[in-house]
Design a protein around this ligand. Structure first.
Ligand code: HAM
Length: 424
């Protein structure tokens, strides 16, 4: 048997209803905040991600699905959207059309990580990028947007963590201070973190290894060393969150796993999904557009993992969906009436009713069973002598009532059906 690749999952029809519910909420809330949808290709030139996300990050260093096409170009399945959206923003000069572009997306992403609950190799994100303003109001807005989406999904066990990474020059001075602090503790760090000490020291805060966490526990805090402008902006973000009733805590170790961030960063954590607890994360990236060859333009955004959010919804039992049903099941008494039945179904479907018929040559009893299983609101019975005299029976499933309909043709039948069912 050919199976799906580990770390990828089929989303089966019984799950789709949860996905659609989430996607509808995502479209609705982003539209409330006046974001416009953007879709970008699944693969891009590898250099976009290595330059955008940073060579020393786990994503670029270990997790990308990279391959050469027949023209020997190095391509990568997108591991995240920010770099792709920025590439598109630059390529189409979106900044010339309007000074601020508020864009959102829903898309599959690919990272070669060790699969576990809430961590896949093909996963899905929704997210947004607001490109063109350095106002900290927008930093607050994206956190609020993310929170409102999770709230609309009735999630309760949420924790918003925020931090500010300051501008790069302030961060450089801090890195020196951190390096001094850690220099005589190197032997206590994991091998990975010792490498990070050399290449990308802030990443040590990302480590999930107990001993690493212990070593950096009392390290000097980045937030105490950031520049004044970043401090001021951070105050605005905090005030905005407070005014809009978003509970948050400051996490001075929240450096995030991508190199493009400056100033505000944030994550929303769920207490209900186990080790992979970050439902979403994001922040400001004021230098990325320039780094990728565009005009100096500030940006801020976030992305959220759909699988993790759905897992949290399941574990919190937060989603109540309307029961799926159909409007009419057409039961035929004589099997040879299949074409007529199909014809009536088509006429009713064109009128936007959800209609099902039997394609398996089932007995009348089994067709009735199927109608019950599909929770049909009405059953239309066709066949026997009634059909010869152009008579049909419409059964109201809720009450058991049977209504006789007399029609000279199917269009007349359609209008009679509409009249009758609209009364229920
Ligand atoms: P990220 O933190 O790498 O940020 O990913 C955002 C979210 O995607 C995570 O919080 C998590 O829910 C989900 N996620 C990440 N990896 C996986 C995985 N292997 N399996 C399942 N879910 C996963 C970004 O991607 C940035 N582009 C966010 C951003 C947008 N920053 C600014 N703008």
């Amino acid at each position: 048997m050919i199976k799906s690749i580990p770390g990828t999952k089929d989303i089966l029809p019984e799950e789709i209803i949860y996905w659609k519910n989430l996607e509808n909420i995502v479209h609705q809330i982003f539209s409330n905040f006046n974001y416009k949808e953007i879709r970008t290709p699944i693969f891009e030139e590898t250099i976009l991600f290595s330059r955008g996300i940073g060579e020393e990050t786990d994503i670029v260093g270990k997790e990308m699905y990279t391959f050469f096409d027949k023209g020997n170009t190095s391509l990568t399945l997108k591991p995240e959207m920010t770099a792709s959206v920025v590439r598109s923003f630059i390529e189409h000069s979106l900044g010339k059309l309007q000074p601020l572009n508020k864009l959102y997306y829903i898309s599959p992403m690919f990272r070669q990580e060790r699969p576990q609950a809430g961590r896949q190799r093909q996963f899905h994100q929704f997210g947004c990028e607001a490109i063109g303003s350095n106002s900290p109001i927008l930093d607050g807005e994206i956190i609020i947007t993310a929170y409102r989406i999770l709230q609309k999904l009735n999630l309760k066990d949420l924790k918003v963590k925020i931090n500010s990474l300051g501008i790069p020059s302030a961060r450089e001075s801090y890195k020196k201070i951190l390096r001094e602090y850690l220099r005589n503790k190197l032997h206590l760090l994991s091998e990975d973190s010792r490498k990070r000490f050399e290449n990308n020291i802030l990443r040590i805060f990302d480590s999930k290894i107990e001993s690493d966490i212990d070593v950096v526990k009392d390290a000097p805090k980045l937030i105490d060393y950031i520049d004044d402008e970043s401090k001021k902006d951070f105050e605005v973000v905090k005030e905005l969150l407070t005014n809009n009733e978003i509970p948050f805590e400051i996490d001075s170790k929240l450096v995030r796993g991508l190199d493009y961030y400056c100033k505000t960063t944030f994550e929303i954590i769920s207490g209900k999904v186990g080790a992979q607890s970050a439902l979403c994360g994001g922040g400001r990236y004021d230098l990325l557009i320039e780094q990728l060859g565009g005009p100096p333009t500030p940006g801020v955004g976030f992305a959220a993992g759909i699988e993790r959010i759905l897992l949290a919804c399941k574990n919190e039992n937060s989603t109540t969906l309307p029961e799926e049903s159909i409007d009419i099941f057409i039961i035929r008494i004589d099997d040879e009436l299949i074409k007529e039945v199909f014809n009536i179904a088509d006429i009713l479907r064109r009128g936007s009713l959800k209609v099902e018929i039997d394609y398996l040559g089932k007995s009348v009893k089994s067709q009735m069973r199927e109608a019950n299983k599909l929770k049909a609101k009405f059953v239309l019975l066709i066949g026997g002598t009634e059909y010869k005299y152009q008579k049909y029976i419409l059964k109201v499933m809720k009450t058991g009532e049977q209504i006789e309909l007399s029609a000279n043709n199917f269009l007349e039948l359609q209008s009679l059906i509409y009249q009758k069912i609209s009364a229920y």
